[in-house]
Design a protein around this ligand. Sequence first.
Ligand SMILES: *Cc1c(COP(=O)(O)O)cnc(C)c1O
Length: 362
Amino acid sequence: MKGKEHIYKIAPYEPGKPIEEVKRELGLSDVIKMASNENPLGPSPLALQAIREHLEEISYYPDGNCTILRQKLSEKLGFPPNCFVFGSGVDEIIHFLGLAFLDEGDEALTVEPSFVRYDASALLNKAIIRKVPLKDYQYDVDALISAINERTKLLFIANPNNPTGTFIDKEGLKRLLEKAKGKLVVLDEAYVEFVEDTTFPDSLLFLREGYDIIVLRTFSKIYGLAGLRIGYGIANEETVKAIEHIREPFNVNHLAQVAAVAALDDDEHIRKTQQVVWEGKRYLYEQFKEMGLRYIPSQTNFILVDVGKDSREVFRSLLREGVIVRTGDIFGCPNFLRVTIGTEKQNERFIRALKKVLGGAL
Ligand SMILES: *Cc1c(COP(=O)(O)O)cnc(C)c1O
């Protein structure tokens, strides 16, 4: 049966290629994935241990309120428990935001390129997604402010942004929030734990000051739990209440909750991951410079790098070397690859493969 007319405007998501698929298709035995911004060190050992201990409980429905995790985050971040909403990944919360706040003809504002799931959230509800271009890969706060109009309901701001790794600083965010009064500003902070720049804003401070924002955080990136699907939002009570009306009762599975609670205590794993990513970033910057490749300085665990020609070609050649990355064409940057920073060994292998693949061009 044909579906509803407007849903065909939503492009089905194209995920990064899974390792097993590449092994099978190309007959390779050793494949690494540097494509989906996952933690190269894997999950927190504390989370793994917790999952083992609670495995037998999966015959029960999960706690629909994520009570223990909610309490833990409330204490850690200093917000009341009813300021949190949980999702099967931040992806699901983005979906909830469209359902709860966007009507036909409303506008959601974002930038281009950015995370593609904002489009789906708006289009599903027959809302308009308006995209302000980045300026030389950086946020253009003035252009964003100029694009706000009376039909704007939501602003989707990935901070730092995916796929560029660039960000809105404290001063810029303050200006934007002032001009966006009466709208809900979604600050998607999927990569916040990787930020090094000291001018990056403390979004929770703005929330405390009363700005109408929802801050999104995930366990998929630095916490290494992408496969379990869990993320959360922090907002004022009214925003959370609205989402609670459309959230499905058992949307976050039990093992995800158990793992997230344990992972929050694993400061050592976080520190180690940050160290690996920050060191890896400097190594890759250096290598790109030596190779004469332009890259966009990043506050995340991935880098957008200009390979000087159709990145789909380079992508396919890298696959044959057993290295999975992402092409920029899906983000409107056809000459760029987006590479997730890996372990030291993975980064070296990626650079070797890239040198080989670009060989003649260098
Ligand atoms: C990875 C990513 C997400 C998705 O996070 P999940 O919690 O795995 O759904 C959300 N926003 C951005 C910008 C991302 O890059």
